[in-house]
Ligand binder design. Sequence first.
Ligand SMILES: *Cc1c(COP(=O)(O)O)cnc(C)c1O
Length: 486
Amino acid sequence: MGIWRVKDRIKELEALAMGLEPDESERRRLLSKVTAYAEDFIQSIAKRPAYRHKAASDRKLESFPISKKGIGLDATLRLIEGCVDFPGINPVSERFLGYIPGGGVYHAALGDYLAAVSNRYAGVYYAGPGAVRMENMLLAWMVNLVGYPGSAGGNLTSGGSPAHLMAVVTARDAHAIEGEKVANSVVYLTEQTHHSVGKALRTAGLRKCVQRVIPVDQHFRMRVDALSGAVRADRSLGLRPWLVVASAGTTNTGSIDPLQEIADVAQKNELWFHLDGAYGAFFALCDEGKKKLAGMESSDSMIMDPHKTLFLPYGIGAVLVKNANGLIASFRDWADYMEDTSTIEPGEISPSDVSFELTKHFRGMRMWFPLMVLGTEAFRAALEEKLLLARYEHERLQAIHGVEVGPPPDLAVVVFRYRPERGDADRFNQLLLQSLQDEGDVFLSSTRLNGELVLRMAIGVYRTHLATVDYALDVLAAHAEKLAES
Ligand SMILES: *Cc1c(COP(=O)(O)O)cnc(C)c1O
């Protein structure tokens, strides 16, 4: 191709590529339609089921493959509405009471929008000093919230699971658990420990570590006497006690392990103490939660999930390590093409120095934006409200005929089960859950405790208030009554 032909071709391509750059009126058109859709969605949340098995329309996502010309905005929004925003659980519903709920506050969506428009580079300080400082300020805020010292550091992750992985890697490297040491190093946890801890251990190459499952008490909290005993026994076997993982808020029941006592055992035995605060740690924002979480500051590392109890949309977690140098030792790396990025600002750690990520979502914005616009008060109030709602619900459940309640909730998960007058209790509760899910109005989930199927009501969507809890209990009782008669 001659040079003139090349220039013509470049111009042709330029015209085609301009589709990526809508002009101002097109941007306004797109945005107004998207916000109109979002507004309809938000207005209809209360009317929508908390769970729906089937899609809203017969339209199938897979009938619309990625294509050369695209299908335009209107058809795309219709697909989202019919195929994505409908089937499955509805995590923004006030009547979503399953697993660990959160919700997804609106202001965070606006923060995400702004972060995506400016596309700031939040991986390296030099490239996005404001973005990195913002994320570091959020981490410092969390460090302070949980009672860690100023020497602590952390990283905003995409969720709790990668946060666990980073903590486990840091603990592994700090204790040099490698080679043949792996197989005689011991990790202590309980049957209530979240399964993402085991996944993190395996991902970190520690599949062969010994995992000691420490018994729990009647409140499903780790028994510290049993922990001490196990550590002692392992030592006498010539094993190397390495890591203890406690939970501050288990997923099953919201139980908080005895943190200070575990910290004492850890310190005495030179164990790394890692705390799973994915669900519970943000309750430290309110006084009652803070009291219950006493001792969490004595851990060596922890995780917390803003996409749960800070009510942010899915995709943000955090790992905190008491000695930030440990994180840096495990994750800082170097490459020739990054030489000009090495201007280190005193006090500012680049996220890429404390994470396996380099280029990453500027996820700090979705957390910082709502906190700056609203302040912390509404978050604090919502968390305290949830604690009290759980206590209220625990009381009310006891008054329902045939219900057996679990221990008083440490946080905002209430476990219970029906004890039917005749027939198998597991079967009855299973059918009850099925009946609730078929209707979809209220969503609960189940788990097994001491081998028995129990129902869980987790109060964690910020939209869930007193009237919701009353309503959910009425719906539950009605379904149970119908089932008992059938
Ligand atoms: C949700 C949860 C996790 C895992 O976090 P993800 O953000 O889902 O990866 C870990 N531990 C506990 C206690 C949790 O509730």
